[in-house]
Write a protein that binds this ligand. Structure first.
Ligand code: PAN
Ligand code: ZN
Length: 187
C-alpha cells in the first residue's frame, strides 16, 4: 500500500460518521457466535431479525505498517439475557498499543492480559489506553448508542481467536442502577 497523503478528517461524534470515509463494517447478532453466555437467548435474537449490534466506520487511512488508522465504533444499546451488547474483542498479534476516545453515550473498555481483567469506564472526553499485549472489548452499558474513536498502529492486526480461546476475564451484565455487574469468566 503506498503511503497516504496528509489529510483532514471530519467526524460527527453524535452519528459516528467520518468524512472522507473508508470501509464501514456491520456486525449483526449472528456475527457474535459463541460470545454471549446464554446461547439460547443469543439464538432467539438471531432468529428474531438478527439485529445490528455494532458498526465500525473507518477513515481512508490504510492498515499498513507505519500508518495510524482510525475508526469510530457505534455499539447499539441492548442485552442478551442481561449481558450487555459488546464487540467481539481481539488481541493485537503484533503487540502494539491503541487509544480510544469516548464520543457519545456510556460504555466501558474491558481489558484482559490472560490473567487479570481490567475495566475502564468510558464516556465522552475519556481516553482509554490499551497497552501492548492486552486483549480488548468494548461494552455499551447505557440506553443510547455508545461511540468511540480508536487510533491504532496499522500493522497491529486483529486476532479474534484469542478471545474465543481465552475469554476476557469478565462478563458484563446490567446491574442495579447505572453500575454494571461483573461475573468472572474464563473460556
Ligand atoms: C477497534 C475495534 C472495533 C470493533 O477499532 O476493532 O471497536 O471491535 P472488534 O474488532 O473487536 O470487533 C480496535 O480495537 N481496533 O484495533
Ligand atoms: Zn484493537
Amino acid at each position: 500500500t503506498p503511503p497516504i497523503s496528509p489529510l483532514s478528517i471530519t467526524f460527527d461524534g453524535q452519528t459516528g460518521t467520518m468524512s472522507p470515509e473508508g470501509p464501514v463494517l456491520t456486525r449483526r447478532m449472528s456475527d457474535l457466535a459463541g460470545l454471549f453466555a446464554d446461547t439460547a437467548a443469543w439464538e432467539a435474537a438471531v432468529a428474531d431479525g438478527d439485529p445490528v449490534v455494532y458498526q465500525v466506520a473507518s477513515s481512508p487511512v490504510p492498515e499498513a505498517e507505519g500508518e495510524l488508522p482510525q475508526s469510530i465504533t457505534t455499539i447499539l444499546p441492548g442485552t442478551v439475557a442481561g449481558e450487555f451488547h459488546m464487540t467481539k474483542g481481539h488481541q493485537h498479534p503484533n503487540p502494539q498499543g491503541e487509544i480510544y476516545l469516548g464520543l457519545s453515550g456510556t460504555g466501558g473498555l474491558l481489558l484482559f492480559d490472560g490473567e487479570r481483567p481490567q475495566w475502564i469506564d468510558m464516556a465522552p472526553g475519556v481516553i482509554g489506553y490499551i497497552p501492548p499485549g492486552w486483549a480488548h472489548r468494548s461494552v455499551n452499558t447505557g440506553d443510547e448508542p455508545y461511540r468511540f474513536l480508536a487510533v491504532y498502529p496499522g500493522n497491529a492486526g486483529h486476532d479474534y481467536g484469542w478471545v474465543l480461546a481465552n475469554g476476557m476475564g469478565h462478563r458484563v451484565y446490567r446491574g442495579e442502577g447505572a453500575t454494571p455487574r461483573f461475573e468472572p469468566f474464563t473460556a
